[in-house]
Design a protein around this ligand. Sequence first.
Ligand code: HXC
Length: 258
Amino acid sequence: MAFETINVDVDDHIALIRLNRPDALNALNTQLLKELCQALEEADANEKVRCIIVTGSDKAFAAGADIKEMSGMGFGDVFTINLFADANDRITKIRKPIIAAVSGYALGGGCELAMACDFIIAADTAKFGQPEINLGVIAGLGGTQRLTRFVGKSKSMDMNLTGRFMTAEEAERSGLVSRVVPAKKLIEEATNVAQKIAEKSMMTVMAAKEAVNRSYETTLSEGLLFERRVFHSMFATEDQKEGMTAFLEKRQAQFRDK
Ligand code: HXC
């Protein structure tokens, strides 16, 4: 299907999904989120794809949910359509790794979308924020929940109650982003990282993603048990034999996802 609000480019095992509503700083509307979810699901199902990058423009990853689309809605509307809940559920079901490559504004739903990805690589121009408070609402796609887990209560309260923006440097210091790179090199750096992941055993990458995500859903002891069982199960795979043999033979492992 041809998309209107995003561009998708699959090259060398990497799906690059670019949000593309430049006139609205990539504000997330129903159509964009629908197309994004569909593109993510197609990439997840595409055997060639081993890592996904979601990005925006230089000026904006996404400046939030589309305020024009939401402004006329009442409680009955957002409750009945369960605004954006479907997108959150669909994104969290993607099994392949998703990197958010963020340049410029990642605000409100934009910050929340970045946090719903597996990790964030930020350009030094990135600005993160949950400014919903200025619109008379609160975050609705993880801004009070995921942000609090990433940066802690104090900073999350600060962001959610004042609506101030965080620089890329502060975001890295606070644990919101994994690395900061020069804006001009954002896609190059994100692609290099994606390429590194694409060289691993996809099966093992998926297992690692599942185990890390488990830590957000369960107690420490249950999470550790889950991790141990997955770790044990890896010893039933050919890729474990290949990975360890290759190390001992001082050569590059040739993983086969088996
Ligand atoms: C709709 C938006 C938009 C948004 C920007 N635009 N953000 N349209 N929804 N979230 C549009 C503007 O209306 C304008 O269109 C064009 O993009 C350029 O924006 P400007 O404001 O002129 O640019 P600038 O002066 O550079 O300011 C950039 C900005 C500002 C600081 C990012 O646009 C801004 O504050 N945007 C809103 C940020 C926000 O409040 N996000 C949270 C949304 S609520 P025109 O047609 O005038 O040129 C949310 C809830 C999520 O995300 C809950 C999910 C369930």
